[in-house]
Design a protein around this ligand. Structure first.
Ligand code: FES
Length: 202
């Protein structure tokens, strides 16, 4: 897969080519995660909504699927991860997802956990700065490139932007906005459709 397919604009395409750690391919091979990076040919060609079975995700696990050439993360948060989210509000640039809500956060995700179900995050894994793909850093606590009080989240290796486990960007980082929550809906308890919701396709 070309790097250009990981992002949705020419400008970002050029930049993401320098983000060796990012993108769909990097995430799909992350050992700790369930990898189901196998969209159908039809879905890839048409940019059609993608159906995802998440019944195999245990708390704390994430899988990545491709939708319109972009990596879409589906993270099943543990109860402890969900409980941590409100505590982070003072450290975040847009904790209530007020910025660009039409593009970034559909109405059903404009809540503390930025998701339909509190424990399941669905987000496009592309940094709002220059289009690199952040890496999962779920382990809490001190570690390289992260603050000592790190509660788990995502780190963009390109310029150091950090996001919490709801895809909300921390203050004073290069990335101006939270990660995009794509339109999505549940068609079963553990079955999601990405790129479509009750109001139609994205
Ligand atoms: S592209 Fe993510 S911080 Fe620059």
């Amino acid at each position: 897969m070309s790097n250009e397919k990981q992002v949705d604009s020419g400008r970002r395409g050029l930049l993401v080519a320098t983000c060796a750690a990012g993108g769909v391919a990097g995430l799909a091979t992350a050992g700790a995660f369930v990898s189901t990076f196998q969209p159908s040919e039809r879905a890839k060609a048409a940019g059609a909504p993608v159906e995802v079975d998440i019944s195999d995700l245990a708390p704390g696990e994430m899988k990545t699927v491709e939708w319109r050439g972009k990596p879409v993360w589906i993270l099943k948060r543990s109860p402890a991860m969900v409980a941590e989210l409100p505590k982070l509000d003072p450290l975040l640039a847009d904790p209530k997802s007020q910025r660009n809500p039409d593009d970034l956060t559909p109405p059903y995700a404009r809540n503390e956990h930025r998701s339909i179900k509190p424990d399941v995050l669905v987000a496009v894994g592309i940094c709002s700065h220059l289009g690199c793909s952040p890496t999962a850093r779920f382990q809490a606590g001190p570690q390289p490139s992260l603050p000592d009080d790190w509660a788990g989240g995502f780190l963009c290796p390109c310029h150091g932007s950090t996001f919490d486990l709801a895809g909300r960007v921390f203050k004073n980082k290069p990335a101006p906005d939270n990660l995009q929550v794509p339109r999505h809906m549940y068609v079963g308890d553990t079955k999601l459709v990405i790129g479509k919701d009750e109001k139609g396709e994205a």
